[in-house]
Design a protein around this ligand. Structure first.
Ligand SMILES: *Cc1c(COP(=O)(O)O)cnc(C)c1O
Length: 411
């Protein structure tokens, strides 16, 4: 940094502290990862200055020649990467992408069927606190109480009862694969559109290590900052026939100008995602999640749904007498960064949070593998058993730091 320390030493110092925090702690947050430096360069580039409204070739301000090429590259690469007929790369976030999809083909008040939040769904899937629930009439499917897997029979029954105009398949906290073929058959049986929200798993899909929703869905939304390893912001993929409607729903429907620097970062990550290195990180992410789940299970923790097929491990810490919130704090004091999360079995008890959600994208980007997953599981167990004991938690933090030095994020 050349100019920030001069203009604003306080913010510059915070950036430096955050860099150190990222390097010396373990990022186990399932909704985060580590972006390549080139992403930060694109985000910090001169394109941050350019104001664009509309779409390439149809702008409302002059001077868009290079911005148009950036957006065209992002669109073309997104389509190629995911085998999609159409892409809109302008949504500011996953939530805005979902909102735009709803408004593209539905009318306010139309019924939508999506996954219940305490069972793994997302706020933007019609949670009562989200604007989505004020615009559309959501009903929710759940996971089976025993298996903690999506109950497709319930989805079919609800679909027949509610006659939704759209079904949303996708989750924030669901460590298993979604059967998009089944979801598509259910949607077609009631003439509903199918939208997959692959915000968490887009990188795994791009890397070809889990099945893609794209061939089965009318719409697919995702964000670039989770397993996708890119900058922030959302993307909508769809069948070509809905392209025009999605474009108007995004701009001017839900948003104004689009940040060209963010579009540039999206273009960069879509290019990088076509490389064997990216696929390899995604493969390691899956392997590491399975290993971490197995290690924690061997230490006596109950793993929600019994394991994982993606980058997430949802640990029911109440199985060893802990609370999710206290676990998150104890882990943070030990430099193990994750988030408390409800488990499906908490759904009936408002305020109860028995889970910690772990993700293996960040540690896999750093090159960690089986030996490190074993140590991480051991540290988590020790941190939880010593919740509130600053000496032990500090000791673990020291051991974590020693390991992070061998696996730098940014060498
Ligand atoms: C993370 C996530 C989003 C992204 O939402 P933001 O608006 O970018 O915070 C959307 N849907 C799901 C299922 C998610 O997990």
């Amino acid at each position: 940094m050349l100019y920030l320390p001069q203009d604003d030493p306080e913010i510059a110092a915070l950036v430096a502290q955050e860099e150190s925090r990222i390097e010396h702690t373990l990022n186990l947050i399932a909704a985060e990862s580590h972006s390549p430096r080139s992403i930060m360069e694109a985000l910090g580039s001169i394109f941050n200055t350019k104001t664009i409204e509309g779409y390439p070739g149809k702008r409302f301000h002059a001077g868009c020649a290079f911005a148009d090429q950036v957006e065209d590259l992002a669109i073309e690469r997104a389509k190629k990467l995911f085998g999609a007929e159409y892409a809109n790369v302008q949504p500011h976030s996953g939530t805005s992408a979902n909102l735009a999809v709803y408004f593209s083909v539905l009318k306010p008040g139309d019924p939508i069927l999506s996954m219940s939040l305490p069972h793994g769904g997302h706020l933007s899937h019609g949670h009562r606190a989200s604007i989505t629930s004020k615009c559309f009439n959501f009903s929710h499917y759940t996971v089976d109480g025993q298996t903690e897997l999506i109950d497709y029979d319930e989805v079919q029954e609800l679909a027949e009862k509610i006659r939704p105009k759209m079904i949303v398949a996708g989750a924030s906290s669901y460590p298993r694969l979604i059967d998009y073929g089944k979801m598509s058959r259910i949607a077609r049986s009631v003439s509903a559109y199918l939208c997959a929200d692959m915000a968490h798993i887009a990188g795994l899909v791009a890397g070809g290590v889990i099945p893609s929703p794209v061939p089965h869905c009318d719409f697919v939304t995702f964000t670039c900052y989770k397993t996708m390893l890119g900058g922030r912001g959302g993307v909508i993929l769809s069948r070509a026939e809905y392209g025009k409607k999605v474009n108007s729903a995004v701009f001017p429907g839900c948003q104004g100008t689009s940040p060209v620097n963010v579009l540039a970062a999206k273009a960069v990550i879509f290019k990088l995602a076509m490389s064997p290195e990216f696929a390899n990180i995604q493969k390691k992410t899956l392997e590491n999640a399975k290993l971490l789940a197995a290690e924690l299970s061997a230490l006596g923790f109950r793993i929600v749904s019994g394991g994982t097929d993606n980058h997430q491990v949802l640990v029911d810490v109440s199985s060893k007498g802990h609370d999710g919130g206290a676990a998150e704090k104890a882990m943070e004091a030990a430099s193990l960064i994750a988030n408390r999360n409800v488990t499906p079995r908490d759904a009936a008890t408002p305020g109860k949070t028995s889970g910690v959600r772990l993700g293996t994208s960040g540690v896999s980007v750093r090159g960690m593998g089986g030996a490190e997953m074993t140590r991480i599981a051991g540290w988590i167990d020790r941190a939880l058993a010593n919740s509130g004991n600053e000496a032990v938690l500090g000791q673990i933090a020291g051991e974590v730091k020693a390991m992070t030095l061998r696996f730098p994020v940014y060498a």
